[in-house]
Design a protein around this ligand. Structure first.
Ligand code: AMP
Length: 503
């Protein structure tokens, strides 16, 4: 397949009568979906969308997003999905980075719309259709040389923004080849049934929701069921009602499903695999899930800059608990030391990824691109190791390392120990530099409903499993661990939750 436009052409022709997208009370076959896409693409062309034009997509998790994404591509433009929950203040830096010429949105409050409309032309999507008006967009950049219908494999297909948990977001350029090769790598990894139904609980602005939970099912004639506003009840209800065969979510969703007491009101035996990615999946969550739902959770590892799939733990006999699987077909993974030298198997080091999924670069940020990609290999910023069977284990993120008394400590290791305590439902760890005492570790825990947490007992629990320099100075009980939309702990916000400011 040459590009996502010809790929879509192939999908809708081959699978025309099958159901493609479902959600928000809407349902369309591949054939119907293509009609909506072509009609919206025509409207976009009429108002001036053409190759090189960036179009921000501001959508909740609903089928309109799918129409908008492909319509922009068919018109020759570049879709740039962004978070619909951002305040107008948070949106400004993203718009500065992306510089879109047009915004497509749905379900946005009047207030948000009018705030944005003063900056950019905005069109609304409703019930699969793009509501057109007489506007003309003025391209800020020179038109592209090629015909709208023939993007090359190495041309930019879309731009996503990093989640920015450790700084300002960066805009990631993903090519047609990046997305198609990763879709193929995911597909080639396992045997699929004839008519798979994927439940997609990820936000539209996260790459996991696009490649793994939209392009992969569409490439095999499957159905994508968008599941907006995650709640355990609506999730289980939708899985049963739509007979979902694969559900994709983030670890915090599985923890919530474990705690949901009415789970037995639903028959979700149709779901063949429960897929987790985006953040560490605690072993305790996997164990509990297998008790409550008689199924394992199959963890994948990826990142936006690798389109995103890197490795996947499959639902077959090869399943290695606590691993994030083996690298996907065609994806190269190396463990290197801090000088970039390859390390022997079994050693822990920096994870580098090579292969056709590696992004083209950061938009208008050659410095960050050069720091991240070297000779085609991308430094993920994650720390991990391979076992003798070729399974990858993640230890933590380099940027999150805490240096305590000269020792490297990853928050994840302490969180894993805290989560193994029977009264702990959730845990997060952060550090703070405290004058002469240097960097100190603070832990935050959420109690399982009906349980009492005792700081000294938790402290002893940590001492049983961890060296003394890894023991948190204080362990605070909190109501919630703050996370972003892909389930990552917002460590900066954790310390604000301390009952007493650490001294
Ligand atoms: P994003 O680009 O927002 O998808 O974030 C990518 C980062 O999420 C990776 O570099 C990892 O640090 C983290 N991540 C993704 N999948 C996993 C996983 N299965 N376990 C632990 N961390 C993960």
């Amino acid at each position: 397949m040459d590009n996502l436009v010809s790929w879509w052409e192939h999908c809708h022709t081959q699978y025309s009568p099958r159901t493609a997208l479902v959600g928000a009370g809407q349902r369309a076959t591949y054939g119907e979906l293509n009609t909506f896409i072509q009609s919206a693409a025509q409207t976009l062309k009429n108002i001036g969308v053409r190759p090189g034009i960036k179009v921000a997509l501001v959508f909740p998790n609903e089928p309109n997003f799918g129409v908008a994404f492909f319509a922009v591509l068919v018109a020759g433009g570049i879709p740039c999905p962004i978070n619909p929950n951002l305040t107008t203040v948070e949106l400004d830096p993203l718009l500065l980075v992306l510089e879109p010429q047009l915004v497509l949105a749905s379900q946005w409050s009047e207030e948000r719309q009018s705030a944005l409309q003063t900056k950019l032309p905005l069109l609304k999507f409703e019930n699969w259709n793009l509501l057109s008006n007489d506007m003309q967009i003025k391209p800020a950049i020179a038109p592209h040389q090629k015909s709208a219908l023939e993007p090359e494999l190495d041309e930019v297909a879309c731009i996503f923004c990093t989640s920015g948990t450790t700084g300002l977001p960066k805009a990631v350029l993903l090519t047609h080849q990046n997305l198609l090769s990763n879709t193929h790598a995911l597909w080639a990894n396992k045997q699929w049934r004839d008519q798979e139904v994927f439940g997609n609980a990820l936000p539209t602005f996260h790459i996991y929701g696009l490649t793994v939970l939209t392009l992969l099912p569409l490439s095999m004639g499957g159905t994508v069921v968008y599941m907006p506003k995650f709640s355990p009840k609506s999730c289980l209800h939708t899985i049963e009602q739509e007979q979902i065969t694969r559900f994709g979510g983030v670890p915090s969703m599985f923890a919530v499903l474990n705690q949901y007491r009415q789970r037995n009101d639903f028959n979700v035996s149709c779901c063949q695999s429960w897929i987790s990615g985006g953040a560490p999946l605690p072993g305790a969550v996997v164990d509990e899930f297998s008790i409550h739902y008689a199924s394992s959770i199959y963890e994948g590892y990826g990142m936006l800059e690798t389109s995103p799939g890197i490795s996947w733990n499959l639902d077959d006999a090869s399943y290695h608990k606590a691993a994030v699987g083996r690298p996907l077909k065609g994806i190269d993974v190396q463990i290197r030391d801090s000088q970039g030298q390859s390390l022997p198997q079994g050693e822990t080091g920096h994870i580098w990824v090579g292969g056709p999924g590696v992004m083209k670069g950061y938009y208008r940020n050659p410095k960050a691109t050069a720091e991240t990609i070297q000779a085609g290999w991308l430094e993920t910023g994650d720390i991990g190791r391979f076992d003798a069977d070729g399974y990858l284990y993640l230890m933590g993120r380099e940027k999150e390392v805490m240096i305590v008394g000269g020792n490297n400590v990853y928050p994840r290791e302490i969180e894993t120990v805290l989560l193994s305590h029977p009264s702990v439902a959730d845990a997060g760890v952060a550090s703070q530099v405290n004058g002469a005492r240097g960097e100190e570790i603070f832990a935050f825990v959420v109690a399982i409903a009906g349980s009492q947490l005792d700081e000294s007992a938790l402290n002893q629990h940590c001492r049983n499993a961890l060296s003394s320099f890894k023991i948190p100075r204080r362990i605070y009980e909190v109501a919630q661990i703050p996370r972003n939309d892909s389930g990552k702990i917002l460590r900066g916000r954790l310390l604000e939750q301390a009952h007493q400011p650490p001294t």
